[in-house]
Design a binder for this molecule. Structure first.
Ligand SMILES: Nc1ncnc2c1ncn2[C@@H]1O[C@H](COP(=O)(O)OP(=O)(O)OP(=O)(O)O)[C@@H](O)[C@H]1O
Length: 316
């Protein structure tokens, strides 16, 4: 369990994290989303005592991180996978960590196995690929068999198999009743991995809750309908005040209505339907909409063809 109350971090004039309050519950995976510079890493660093809050508090399993007698057993964190001496082997790095935290030696072999590092455990960390470094960071986070895990971009640099492995790992850890808090910029991955979301923009929480609720709160429950008389149906729906977009000829996407209402309306006017289905927006669509005013580092639009609603819908 992680609990933040009015947590704030200022760097000079800049308020990186601005009076945020949240609870990250055990037994589920909570995804931490936000544009570059939104305050995710700063929040995570404050949770594990690497940054001191300018105001407010944050506790892990009921206490500030540094008040735990054995913090590695309470919280495992992956914050900067590169923060390992390059001349060391993975095994010696983990053994040193274990020794300084009174963790039994054979736990090192367990986490090496768990993270798929057995073949490279005795090689210099300096020669590790980004993905191997990430695995070592995750191994270190798991070393104390902690009740709470904080993982900043754990899938960064991993190949598709590695991404899937992280997903299964964190889902398994949450199923054991642990608290898992992770950030990622990969929306499709987050949609598959997280149960709960915390979305931050310019240092403030802009959405929190179960993944589907966050998506529905933005996009509203939608309906997709296909008809050979789509234009006629579109006019009828719009006359009823229903928002309609047409991703392609013959297909309509509706917001703020139900399949029952659309079906009844079509029936009343004897309009044939070839499809009538509920449609949920994607996490990516919801995220873009939620954070559109909170992006600090915006890229110039490219000349690429904009994706259609149906292409975006397939991503979730
Ligand atoms: N040590 C520091 N000194 C000054 N400003 C900082 C420091 N650390 C972070 N910041 C600023 O605080 C803000 C939040 O940064 P943070 O790294 O927490 O964002 P983030 O959400 O993790 O971003 P990203 O997705 O790019 O990793 C940014 O504007 C950043 O420039």
């Amino acid at each position: 369990m992680i609990e933040a109350h009015a947590l704030t971090k200022r760097y000079g004039e800049k308020t990186a994290v601005d009076t945020v309050s949240f609870t990250i519950a055990p037994g589920s995976v909570t995804g931490f989303l936000g544009p570059n510079g939104a305050g995710k890493s700063t929040t995570m660093r404050m949770i594990v005592g690497l940054d001191r809050p300018s105001a407010g508090t944050v506790t892990v399993n009921g206490r500030p991180y540094d008040r735990h007698r054995s913090p590695l057993r309470e919280v495992g964190a992956l914050l900067d996978a590169k923060a390992v001496h390059p001349g060391r082997s993975a095994r010696s790095h983990l053994r040193t960590m274990a020794a300084t935290h009174s963790i039994r030696k054979n736990r090192v072999d367990e986490v090496i196995e768990m993270t798929g590092l057995a073949n490279v455990a005795d090689k210099r960390v300096g020669g590790f690929s980004l993905g191997m470094g990430q695995r070592l960071g995750i191994a270190a986070a798991l070393l104390g068999d902690p009740r709470t895990l904080i993982l900043d971009e754990p899938v960064n640099g991993l190949d598709p198999e590695g991404v899937q492995w992280v997903r299964q790992l964190v889902r398994g850890l949450a199923a054991e009743g642990r608290t898992v808090f992770l950030s990622s910029h990969l929306m499709s991955e987050m949609a598959q991995t997280a149960d709960q979301l915390l979305v931050i923009g310019r240092g403030r929480i802009i959405a929190a809750g179960p993944v589907q609720e966050v998506i529905d709160s933005v996009s509203g429950a939608g309906v997709r309908v296909r008809s050979p008389r789509a234009a006629e149906l579109q006019a009828l729906l719009q006359a009823e005040g229903i928002a309609v977009t047409s991703p392609e000829a013959g297909t309509l996407d509706l917001v703020g209505t139900s399949v029952e209402r659309v079906g009844d309306l079509a029936f009343a006017h004897a309009i044939p339907l070839h499809e009538l289905s509920p449609r949920s927006g994607s996490l990516e669509e919801a995220y873009m909409s939620l954070t559109q005013d909170a992006v600090e580092y915006r890229s110039e639009p490219t000349a690429a063809r904009p994706r259609t609603t149906s292409e975006r819908g397939q991503e979730r």
